[in-house]
Ligand binder design. Structure first.
Ligand SMILES: Nc1ncnc2c1ncn2[C@@H]1O[C@H](COP(=O)(O)OP(=O)(O)OP(=O)(O)O)[C@@H](O)[C@H]1O
Length: 293
């Protein structure tokens, strides 16, 4: 179990992560979602023991990962920087991880290198943006670390490479379940892979729940403006738009069967809201959930 307690990360006057407490059960794929600068990388850096929290704590199965060699071997953190010597060859970096990672799977690494058409003889500094990301993904997946953290691992990858990444990740995860945390802005693309979503906004935790429950909370209600307004009264409204006499509101909060019947008999139409739209509404600067309530 990963437990964050009042986790705070500050850089001088900037508070990147503010008092986040959350428990993440092992063996799931998590989506860490947040707008630019919301604190995702800062949070993941602490989780992967790259950085000490300013205050609060992180424990993994009860132990602090910071400077904990045994725990750190079981955490792989793939991020933009790749943590590599630019003059080294891609294959050298893979060999390094093969030696460092107790669960490294050389066969999987070779298969992924072929899938992404990577040339292990190429120097890291000479890789294209997408090839660098692919190399990161090979390291992330072939490490088979019990805690695998992929921070925007897809940067620069084209659509075909991203689809291959998702496919390979899911296939390997199903055979070798582990905790995977994906930080991503491509929410719609990965939505079906995520078992739980964690949303942070301006350093604070906004949502942590299983993806289906989160998805079920969003409903778009469309109909005559006054009927929609009457139905929406007292509910959390995340967004609204009107065209002529027709209004659509996005509500946050699952409707029960009675409420659905009531809406439909009033002539309103109900439609689901994708998790990307829910995310956008919940983290929009103008309309936070607190404001909506
Ligand atoms: N090394 C640093 N020094 C000073 N401020 C930093 C540093 N790293 C991050 N920050 C600040 O902390 C805040 C959170 O940044 P962070 O990189 O954690 O966000 P993020 O959610 O990963 O963003 P993005 O989606 O744009 O990658 C931002 O305001 C950023 O400017």
């Amino acid at each position: 179990m990963i437990s964050l307690r009042d986790l705070t990360v500050r850089y001088g006057a900037t508070t990147a992560v503010e008092s986040i407490s959350v428990d993440l059960a092992p063996g799931k794929i998590y989506g860490l979602l947040g707008r630019n600068g919301s604190g995702k990388t800062s949070l993941l850096s602490v989780l992967s023991a790259y950085r000490k929290p300013s205050s609060g704590s992180v424990t993994i199965d009860g132990s602090d990962p910071f400077e904990n060699r045994a725990l750190m071997r079981d955490i792989v953190f793939v991020r933009d920087a790749l943590d590599a010597v630019e003059g080294d060859r891609a294959g050298t970096l893979l060999d390094l991880h093969a030696r460092m990672r107790p669960c490294w799977d050389a066969e999987l690494a070779a298969k992924l290198v072929a899938t992404f058409e990577l040339d292990p003889r190429k120097r890291i500094g000479a890789l294209s943006r997408g090839q660098r990301s692919s190399l990161g993904v090979v390291i992330g997946l072939a490490s088979r670390a019990p805690l695998t953290i992929l921070d925007e691992a897809y940067l620069g990858m084209d659509a075909a490479a991203r689809m291959a990444f998702y496919r390979e990740m899911l296939a390997d995860y199903l055979e070798h379940p582990r905790t995977i945390i994906l930080s991503t802005h491509l929410i719609q693309e990965v939505a079906d892979l995520l078992e739980e979503v964690v949303i942070i906004d301006r350093g604070r935790l906004v949502v942590h729940e299983d993806t289906d429950t989160f998805r079920s909370r969003g409903v778009a209600v469309t109909g005559a403006a006054e009927t929609v307004d009457a139905f929406a009264a007292g509910r959390a409204v995340l967004a609204e738009q009107s065209l002529g006499g027709t209004r659509q509101v996005t509500l946050y909060g699952a409707l029960d069967a009675d409420e659905r019947r009531q809406a439909e008999s009033a002539g309103l139409s109900l439609s689901p809201v994708g998790i990307q739209d829910l995310f956008v509404h919940l983290t929009s600067p103008e309309r936070t959930l607190e404001a909506a309530r």
